[in-house]
Design a protein around this ligand. Structure first.
Ligand SMILES: *Cc1c(COP(=O)(O)O)cnc(C)c1O
Length: 357
């Protein structure tokens, strides 16, 4: 048996563990912030027809530029954005990887305000970018002056800001982004994976004045399209040119492009669920607080709650009840994604049983 350590693996990858949110076969899965409502029937039908059409020319490579898809994404984003300012890839994780390949890498550094999205750190490591992290305040907020000072002190090549922040759900005041842009020596990436759920405005309007700002988005969350793997960004056209240097040729398959274009044609129907998810999120916050738990204010489609002496035991207890939540590795805390209304109720009932045992 060959073990990993027997291979001539890069030294900086030795001892790491791969990303691995458990994919378990349980009744109620509330651990990866997906939209719990399946895509609407008319969207599914359109995806089928569009993919079938694309399949007829799979002997040819796809449009390397994904121009039709990027045009549709620019339309969806609005704010006067043009196709040249939009780029798409296989999930926003691939977008993040391309950004780190182009603007990070050996001898460069990236800064994050933690706890935050673990993939910022993991992709930085995979691209041999030095990772620096600064802890958020006790309530997980981030203040403009504090963020500005941290960037001045660390001078990173890339700053990651997550708005709303995963795993805490914390909204980010756009003033933080402006403060960081004032002093950042390199790129500023604002990960807006959960923008559709937030009461804070998007920072897309700042793009006009800031060529080093990048706003990343995904179709995996509000769009109910996680299985298709489609992420995108908006930035200055020069940033898109930079990513063309590092992307793999034909990285986005013809089937993915066709499916995503179809899904975007039905955006209003899909996004109709967002209001329900927001109201169930607010219900979860209220109900968890009513049970005496600490709950972080959330602007996303998940809620972080605690604090437990042994969060892992509560996680296990919920799993035994058929409810999978996320242990984000933050001592005392767990994160639950907003499910359907009945899944939210089932989660609350299961938690009650676990905590009274
Ligand atoms: C879920 C998530 C993503 C999305 O990743 P995809 O690769 O598009 O599925 C990106 N950023 C954050 C903060 C997330 O939570």
């Amino acid at each position: 048996m060959t073990r990993l350590d027997d291979l001539p693996l890069r030294d900086d990858l030795r001892g790491l563990t791969p990303y691995g949110a458990p994919q378990l076969d349980v009744a109620i899965r509330l651990n990866t912030n997906e939209n719990p409502y399946p895509p609407p029937a008319e969207l599914v039908a359109d995806v089928q027809a569009s993919v079938a059409k694309a399949a007829a020319s799979l002997n040819r490579y796809p449009d390397r530029e994904a121009t039709a898809l990027r045009t549709a994404l620019a339309d969806y984003l609005g704010h006067g954005l043009d196709v040249d300012q939009v780029w798409a890839a296989n999930g926003s994780n691939e977008i993040l990887q391309q950004l780190l390949m182009a603007f990070g890498g050996p001898g460069r550094s990236a800064l994050g305000f933690v706890p935050s999205y673990s993939m910022h750190h993991l992709i930085a490591r995979a691209t041999a970018t030095t990772w620096r992290s600064i802890h958020r305040a006790d309530d997980f907020s981030l203040e403009p002056d504090r963020a500005r000072a941290d960037v001045v002190a660390t001078r990173p090549d890339i700053v990651f800001l997550c708005s709303p922040n995963n795993p805490t759900g914390t909204a980010l005041d756009p003033a933080v982004v402006e403060a960081v842009l004032e002093v950042a020596p390199g790129m500023v990436v604002v990960d807006e994976a959960y923008a559709e759920f937030s009461h804070q405005p998007t920072v897309l309007p700042l793009l006009a004045e800031h060529p080093r700002l990048v706003v990343t988005r995904t179709m995996s969350k509000a769009f109910a399209f996680a299985g298709a793997r489609v992420g995108y960004l908006a930035a200055d056209p020069a940033v898109v040119d930079a990513l063309r240097l590092v992307r793999l040729p034909y990285h986005l398959s013809a089937l993915t492009q066709a499916a995503a274009e179809a899904a975007l044609r039905h955006a209003p129907a899909t996004l109709a669920q967002v209001a329900q998810l927001r109201s169930d999120r607010d219900m979860l916050v209220t109900e968890l607080r009513r049970r005496g738990l600490d709950v972080v204010d959330s602007d996303a489609n998940f809620v972080m709650f605690g604090r437990f002496d042994q969060a892992a035991d509560v996680w296990r207890g919920l799993l035994d009840e058929g409810v999978l939540v996320r242990d984000v590795g933050l001592p005392g805390w767990l994160r639950v994604s907003v499910g359907t209304t009945s899944e939210c109720t089932a989660f609350l009932d299961a938690l009650e049983r676990v905590l009274t045992r």
